[in-house]
Design a protein around this ligand. Structure first.
Ligand code: NAD
Length: 496
């Protein structure tokens, strides 16, 4: 049995807690490894190592930090195929999709190579007579990332590239379901010349997470995962004096107006609904069909479903892989049954793939029509290959539906009417909006984040917000007076 250890101080470190968790290959359904689960003491030890490393790393020049980032970028680019295989083996997503998440993570590294520019402050000469004022941003010290199973490479890269470039030491607690990608990244950081202890990985579950949240040496916590845990992380972390950004779950709506290009909308619904078997926080899970486009749209989506090739993600011909675990697959199956019993029309039933499902955690693509906002398939984040269609009569009803939803991660509108699209962007309560783009994940030089129950905190992830989150500001007011002009003045300083 392959054993997955922690990475602390620039080397693998075997766990000593005596607790391990299973890691599966979801395509075969068999356990392929066990991962160490850290105790509080092990997490505290890793944080202590990071604290020491942070002292020296913040003194490394901007050009030195940038050089490490450039080297890391080259290695990641060169070895992305190897990393994609690791992601596919433990997560199940198809290889092309794994390569896609690495490419989007790579963008964050490329952004962070520009750290000398990104850390620039402002300077105001002669703010008062003989007085200059300038701002600088400094790293926080030790910062932590806690990441979900569904993007084992990209989400850690969202966080660590900016955090490290900004001069912090980083402690990653990846998902215990697919932990190997984080160790691969650790190895690349080492090869790139990052000093020992600046990037660390502690595997674990709630015990490890709680240890991070209460450790006084952790200045900030960046979290991505489900909403209940995001809320818990935000509340616990902030009550322990930490800066926290906690990104949660989603229920992303794709609105299709009557004038939309039908085939493009149907293709987009399939790609965004069933890609990665629906296990994406930006997956489309609700199609809102406005007016008389509903019948042809449902028909066009349904006609495309049988063509999706489901299979082992390591087979290049597969388009959709399995779900992460048997438990999760069974939960999604439960939602399909609930949708049916609550009155939705089952247009396509993903449970009908017994030929594949015996081998791994597979589930076919499911399409539910005539879904209403009171059904559990609508209210809950399913996180599986289940697409719901809600029919409404007007644009206003469609927007109201999105705005009344608990979540506000991404949303998209499909239309040929520029005015309607512009109005939608103005009206809608969501953090990321697509216009004829079903998965509007912002490029790395913007920032990623949702509204409402999709994000707790006030900073979005990566890009300019990421730099802001992982640094703190300082403003210097400076005067170099002629000693001859010195005088006592007990009044409040004014700018003259
Ligand atoms: P999860 O919330 O179960 O786990 C996320 C992390 O929290 C993991 O590292 C896990 O070990 C830890 N964790 C789990 N239970 C915990 C507990 N009780 N106490 C403390 N820590 C705990 O999420 P997941 O199933 O790994 O990922 C899927 C979820 O992540 C979905 O809800 C998805 O929408 C969300 N997600 C959101 C975004 C986004 O950007 N908003 C991106 C990716 C995934």
């Amino acid at each position: 049995m392959n054993h997955i250890a922690h990475w602390i101080g620039g080397a693998e470190r075997a766990g000593v807690s005596g607790r391990v968790g299973p890691v599966f290959n979801p395509a075969t359904g068999s356990q392929i490894a066990e991962v160490d689960l850290a105790s509080k003491k092990e997490v505290d030890d890793a944080i202590a190592v990071a604290k020491e490393a942070a002292k020296a790393w913040r003194s490394a020049s901007l050009s030195k930090r940038s050089a490490v980032l450039f080297k890391f970028r080259e290695l990641l680019h060169e070895k992305s195929g190897e990393l994609a295989k690791i992601v596919t083996t433990e997560h199940g997503k198809v290889l092309a999709d794994a390569a896609g998440e690495i490419a989007r993570g790579l963008e964050n590294v490329e952004f962070a190579t520009g750290i000398p520019h990104l850390m620039k402050g402002n300077f105001s000469e002669q703010a008062a007579t003989g007085v200059d004022v300038y701002s600088i941003r400094q790293p926080l010290g030790v910062v932590a990332g806690i990441t979900p199973f569904n993007f084992p490479a990209m989400v850690p890269l969202w966080m660590c590239a900016t955090a490290i470039a900004a001069g912090n030491a980083f402690v990653l607690k990846p998902s215990e379901k697919d932990p190997s990608a984080s160790l691969f990244l650790a190895q690349l950081w080492k090869e790139a010349g990052l000093p020992e202890g600046v990037f660390n990985v502690v595997h674990g579950d709630k015990e490890a997470v709680d240890a991070i949240l209460v450790n006084p040496d952790v200045a900030a916590v960046s979290f991505v995962g489900s909403t209940p845990i995001a809320k818990y992380i935000y509340e616990t972390g902030t009550s322990h004096g930490k800066r926290v950004q906690a990104l949660g779950g989603a229920k992303n709506h794709m609105i299709v107006l009557p004038d939309a290009e039908l085939d493009a909308a149907a293709d987009a619904a399939i790609s965004a609904g069933y890609g990665a078997a629906g296990e994406r926080c930006m997956a489309i899970s609700v199609v809102v069909a406005v007016g008389d486009i509903a019948d042809p749209l449902v028909e066009a989506i349904a006609a495309r479903l049988p063509k999706i090739k489901i299979g082992d993600g390591s087979d290049p011909s597969s388009e959709m892989g399995p779900l992460i675990s048997a438990q999760h697959r069974d939960k999604v199956v439960g939602y399909i049954a609930a949708g049916e019993s609550e009155g939705a029309t089952l247009v396509a039933d993903g449970r009908d793939i017994s030929d594949i499902s015996e081998k791994g955690f597979f589930l076919g693509a499911t399409l539910l029509d005539n879904v209403t906002p009171s059904m559990t398939v609508y209210t809950d984040e399913i996180f599986g290959p289940v697409l719901s269609v809600v029919r409404v009569e007007t644009y206003a009803e469609a927007v109201e539906l999105v705005n009344n939803n608990e979540f506000g991660n991404g949303t998209a509108i499909f239309t040929r009417d520029g005015g309607a699209a512009r109005q939608f962007q103005f009206d809608v309560n969501a953090g990321m909006v697509g216009v004829n783009v079903p998965i509007p994940v912002p490029v790395a030089y913007y920032s990623f984040g949702g509204w409402k129950a999709s994000l707790f905190g006030d900073s979005h992830m990566y890009g300019p917000d990421g730099i802001h989150f992982f640094t703190r500001g300082k403003v210097v007011t400076s005067r170099w007076p002629d000693p001859g002009t010195s005088a006592i003045d007990l009044g409040f300083p004014q700018t003259r």
